[in-house]
Design a protein. Structure first.
Length: 382
């Protein structure tokens, strides 16, 4: 009897050890780290249960005690489902998972956050060897659809499988939360913020904190500090792509981006008419003053389709003019990357809280506009 009990205990311990190894491959979706590395798995207990002679595999109830980073963690269901899957798919026994969820103590959470901050310390995107491609979306004037281009480009990147992040750096006219349907604030882990994820994109915007009806009156150093906080005090992980939706013009935020993220590439958005393209050139010429490459030009609202005809409501040639003038001034090719049509769906779908390039399931839509953004995303990564 004693030998049987010893054999059962040894089998249970073996299962528990193997399960711990399997759970080390479960990654926290927000922090991008293994749940075992972060101390989220408190204990694993495999308890044998009775089985019939017909069962070829031994049966166990497995109790996994999990401590999430915060109470009411928005992704707790995702994490627990992954744990259940790792337990239930164990090949050498028939395991029934039982997940007991609680939250970390203040002391444990503080220790975890300090360790994460110690590993990163400062702006993670300015470090040598960083692989994140950074695109700052700029325009010379408002009303050209810059935020719409940013949002749909980010959604296209995410739908193509890129780990995608976006910062609403237009402090005065933040638009991304509305386009992505975000109505919640980022999770605060002892002073470190978790970006809100919507439609596959990690998002951060001052609009998540202030409410859309409050004016922002920041200038100079405080404005630059807001960007530094979005970069340094938010846990982004290691995204493949980071997009920044800049305020129109060539003001403080554009210069701050260039100083804080010298590896960023500028994408200039314009509309076809001369009044827009002339000021768009000024936005691109910021690159003469700061070490930032202009990646290319996007012409938005190029035409409106009506009864099979392209109606050029805002004229023609603005994108080409900006491309040519920037190429001449900067002494390298600044291509016209895309010409995007004027479509009412861009507005109506965005007002419902979904980028227009995505369908209801979050996959890329079959529309011509979605194909244009897909082509744009691929060209930027080439």
């Amino acid at each position: 009897m004693t030998e049987v009990r010893a054999d059962e205990e040894a089998a249970s311990q073996s299962i528990e050890q193997h399960l711990y190894q399997r759970l080390s491959k479960v990654i926290d979706p927000e922090l991008g780290r293994s749940i075992t590395d972060m101390g989220m798995i408190v204990s694993i207990e495999a308890v044998p249960r009775a089985q019939s002679d017909e069962d070829s595999l031994a049966a166990y109830d497995v109790v996994v005690q999990v401590e999430l980073t915060v109470k009411g963690c928005p992704l707790s269901e995702t994490i627990t489902n992954q744990i259940k899957g790792a337990v239930a798919s164990y090949p050498d026994a028939r395991l029934t998972p039982h997940i007991e969820v609680s939250s970390m103590s203040k002391e444990k959470l503080s220790h975890l956050v300090e360790g994460l901050k110690e590993a990163r310390r400062t702006n993670p995107f300015s470090k040598k060897g960083v692989k994140t491609r950074i695109f700052a979306i700029a325009s010379g004037k408002g009303g050209v659809g810059k935020s719409s281009v940013t949002a749909n480009l980010a959604a296209a990147f995410a739908a193509l499988g890129y780990d995608t992040a976006a910062i609403d750096a237009d402090i005065y006219g933040f638009s991304l939360p509305g386009i992505f349907g975000v109505h919640t604030q980022p999770t605060n882990l002892n002073g470190m913020l978790m970006p809100v994820t919507a439609w596959g994109v990690k998002l951060m915007s001052i609009g998540m904190f202030t409410g859309a009806d409050r004016a922002i009156l920041w200038r100079g150093p405080r404005l630059q500090r807001s960007l530094e906080q979005f970069l340094s005090d938010v846990w982004w992980g290691e995204p493949d792509v980071l997009l920044l939706d800049l305020a129109p013009g060539t003001g403080d935020m554009a210069i701050s981006v260039a100083q804080t993220l010298p590896n960023a590439e500028l994408v200039v958005v314009t509309t076809p008419q001369p009044s827009a393209s002339d000021v768009a050139v000024r936005a691109g010429l910021v690159a003469l003053q700061v070490p930032m490459k202009v990646r290319g030009v996007v012409e938005n609202m190029s035409w409106f389709d009506h009864d099979g005809e392209h109606l050029h409501i805002f004229g023609e040639g603005g994108g080409e003019r900006v491309s040519e003038r920037l190429s001449e001034a900067l002494h390298y090719e600044v291509p016209l990357l895309a010409q995007l049509p004027l479509e009412t769906d861009v507005r109506t779908t965005a007002e419902s809280g979904r980028p227009v390039v995505l369908n209801d399931e979050g996959a890329l839509d079959s529309s011509e506009l979605a194909r244009s953004f897909t082509k744009l995303a691929k060209s930027l990564m080439s």
